[in-house]
Design a protein around this ligand. Structure first.
Ligand code: ACO
Length: 318
């Protein structure tokens, strides 16, 4: 059994910060950021909570699917972390939606949306009557050290959602993980008990080895796209749209070059959102869906990589 996407939604916070805004308080420039990353601006949660953007994306997706919240049987929230450690963001969202189904968060960093689709797919093999809401949301601005120019310029905040019913759209899916704390991490205090050794509480700021993540990401996109397209019985050239995790233009260009496929096949939106972590792929999916870009039979590849390190890719036929 597989699923069909019957609705999409998304939400971005109101506040927009362009590169020149960042250069007011960081030793950086528009030229450096654009040439290294392709990012020109990003949306930041200043007035909104993570829950609020997740809620907006969810309502949009439900409206698009013509479903009421009470018709949803499961909510999965791929996220690095909501507004509280507990309740989960998914539970807070369920309360605000006035839904009554089970719900949980899922942390696979920037690969979270594809991980969420895989988990949802498994539920459909148990019960084909279900309707599942997958809401990928991250507010990376909470985890970024705004004095560290090497990471702060890369990220933005956003939420993207899909409503799934059982169907035959998912043609192949692949998840991978290679545990690696060095490449990308957000530390957390080790313990609060007075006997806990090394009581120093690290600030929960993102740390990243940029070049290592870059190498990992280019290689992961190539390997994963080859694998899922082969599983789906497709040549890469037969895929209509590749929606990659929008981390960095140079990563996507590097992968396109290595795969020898035109960059035009990749949908690029990193310029005005930055890296929105788990939300980056469903944000693009929603935009293309609302612009009626997808027709019956359109073949779409999703490819993500993120902290963990994790990767996820899939092929969907609309
Ligand atoms: N503005 C100006 N200078 C900067 C900035 C900045 N914002 N950030 C770093 N620099 C400086 C560094 O201090 C360093 O200076 P130094 O040489 O004097 O020490 C220099 O720029 C480094 O420059 P480059 O080597 O050219 O940087 P590089 O080409 O490696 O680009 C980048 C850095 C963009 C982070 C790159 O490594 C990269 O794209 N990595 C992938 C990381 C990524 O996209 N992560 C997000 C993914 S997380 C996730 O989604 C999985």
């Amino acid at each position: 059994m597989s699923f069909s996407i019957i609705g999409t939604g998304s939400a971005l916070p109101k506040t927009v910060q362009n590169n020149k805004d960042l250069a007011q308080f960081l030793d950086t420039s528009n030229e450096w950021i654009v040439s290294r990353t392709g990012i020109e601006s990003r949306h930041i949660c200043v007035a909104e909570s993570t829950l609020e953007i997740a809620l907006k994306a969810s309502f949009n997706a439900l409206e698009n699917a013509q479903l009421k919240p009470e018709e949803i049987d499961l909510i999965i929230c791929p996220t690095l972390g909501g507004d509280t450690v507990t309740p989960s963001l998914a539970c807070l969202l369920q309360e605000k939606l006035a839904a009554s189904c089970p719900c949980f968060d899922l942390n696979a960093a920037c690969s979270g949306f594809v991980y969420g689709l895989d988990v949802a797919d498994a539920y459909f093999s148990r019960n084909q009557e279900m309707k599942i809401l997958v809401v990928a949301v991250d507010a990376m601005s909470k985890f970024v050290n705004w004095q560290d120019r090497s990471t702060a310029v890369l990220f933005g905040d956003g939420a993207g959602a899909v409503v799934l019913s059982s169907g035959n759209d998912l043609k192949a899916i692949l998840l991978t993980a290679v545990g690696n704390q060095h490449a990308l991490s957000i530390p957390w205090p080790k313990g609060n008990h007075p006997l806990t050794e090394n009581q120093v509480k690290p600030l929960p700021y993102l740390k990243m080895d940029g070049p290592e993540v870059y190498r990992f990401a280019v290689s992961a996109i190539c390997k994963d796209l080859r694998t899922v397209s082969a599983q789906a019985g497709l040549k890469l050239t037969e895929i209509d749209y590749i929606i990659p995790h929008q981390a960095n233009l140079r990563i996507i260009e590097g992968a396109a070059k290595r795969l020898k496929i035109p960059i035009e096949k990749f949908v690029l939106r990193v310029n005005n959102c930055g890296n929105t972590s788990a939300a980056s792929i469903p944000l693009v999916l929603d935009e293309l869906n609302r612009n009626n870009v997808f027709k019956p039979g359109t073949k779409i590849a999703l490819t993500a990589f993120g902290g963990g390190l994790t990767t996820g890719a899939c092929i969907i036929e609309w």
